[in-house]
Design a protein around this ligand. Sequence first.
Ligand code: HEM
Length: 620
Amino acid sequence: MRITIRDKCSTNASSLFIQSTYRISRHFAMLFSNSTFATFPLDFGFDRPTVRMLSQPQHHSNEHMNHRALSVLVFCILAFPMAFKFTFTREHTPNDRPLLDSSIYISGFFRPIVSIFNTVYFVLSPKTILLYCTIAHGKPTPSRMDLVNETVHLVQGKEYINRLWRHSFGSRALSLHVYLFKHWFAMPQKIIDKYLADDSGSGPKPHPLSSVETQNRTDRLSHSVFKDVLSGSDTASLCQRYVLRLCKALDQSDISMSWTSQPDLVDFVRGALTLANTEALWGTHLTETSDFCGDLTEFFQDTRKYTYQLPRWLIPKAFARRDRLLSDLHRWQSFATGVDGHVAPWEDSKYNDGKWGSKRLRKWQADFLEMDDADAAGLASVHLTFAWAVNVSLGPAAFWAVQEIFRDPTLLERVRSRLPRAQSAADVTSLLSQAQTREEICADPLLQSIYTEILRLRVCAFVVRRFPHDSVDLHGWRVPRDQICLVSTHIAHMHGDEWNTDGGKEPLNRFWANRFLVLKTDTDTKLAPPATSKLCPEDPWKFSLRGLEGVWIPFGGGPRACPGRHLAKHHMLVTMAAMVMLFDIDIAASDRPLRASHANHGLGTLLPVGKVPFSIRRRV
Ligand code: HEM
């Protein structure tokens, strides 16, 4: 193995690493030293809220020294493996690409030690370690990270990601999914075993080396229903139901023509949106007989506690909430499957999808119950997984879009100029219920650019693939069979020179509504309108994602990409339009609570660190 001293490491990544290591060491030192009253971040991230803690008074000089010495010691221990990696790394050039499975930065004695440190970093500050491992010379690049019991191939860089998507049919995402099934969604072990045993892939035909029976192709079963329900023939009625429920929820909210203060814009937007999305899919029967959406929103916050596998007696409320969600779904599905003698009127002419939700979802239940060992508890758990997946990213993403629009009066004016005029709330509902109006909204260049920019900036998802039968060649980087490939959308979205930054004036860590607008006549996607320009319908700008395949990836990609992506776009743009048409909003929060929290790094759209108080009044 050739070892060379890396000449130019990304300053960004290394300084971030050093800062992060410093914070972690400080945290440990604080924990172990006798300190009183200091302020430090709870989770070592950079965008976390701070809490008041006990810190040391100035006059305790011995304690101060102890604390400093301890900080330095912890820093040195933590910095050791990364410093090693920082110094010795394999040299690679486009013509001499190493195989990923032989790119052992540190071999022999040091490798297990490094894997322990990598694991600690990955748990405490995944953002930092991924950035550190994958940014070389300012550009995202593939790399490999040894964790204690897994080797993770970090696939970054446009051409490698595109190649990974192309191979995705023969892949499965198991390790992460199974962990979540078990610890978050309380899936019975026998169903988890079925998911674990399925190596047939998600394609219509099972992999030739797989011997899994057709009814037990869990991956295919889940994936195809998601695709069927979310992008099949039900889509038009799903969208229609979504709009009606959203407008109803916003109209019922306690907002008058005079300004009123509200505690949190996230809750306001996410509440309406989660209700509308859930009712569009599962029908009002689920939400009217329980506080399903309230519990679901709380459940989003609880997932972190489940990740740490805290016992029931420590977090009884979180467990009770999950039990309630599962039993609500259980009750709903027993109606929907006709168990207990309750059968909804399923004949086409009498079917009330507003009350019972998507027909396809019900058909899928029948398929799921065909699986060996399948039962109602397993089904409820898969429904909960589905309810989480369809809602967890959408609400926060819509929130970010709404707050960006209302915080910038010029942008608000531009957005309003794109939307039809309404005289009353009923007018808004009637306009947005028309498929034609919604099509125009979804095709509007400025609105699309805002939506795309929000997902670029705020979505932070880990997209995972594992190839159970074959090793995969990614442009000369080979991932061995049955090892994890992980793509971080955050790394892809925040680095690289493919993005339009208006010549560096609009950096990637800031929202810029015009990032995806180009001149209609322009073939160079990097030419964008100036940030201040007011776009009108006759403006010569168009929306463009050209050149960004494998770079703008909030929904993953390839045959396994998020099956809800078209609905997500529709729902977000319609929500933005409804809010702008119905309300005036004044955001009272300062910049600080509006920073993104990385507490759920890797699991979808980020949330702001604090509550976002606002004032609101009706316009119509
Ligand atoms: C801003 C909104 C959303 C984002 C950022 C997002 C992102 C993602 C990502 C990254 C994945 C993993 C894809 C992969 O492995 O390549 C995924 C999976 C999934 N998404 Fe979304 N999603 C969003 C909204 C939605 C909506 C609105 C729905 C449904 C209405 C939905 C349904 C699903 C489902 C069912 C899966 C699992 C697919 C499978 O494992 O086969 N998502 N999403």
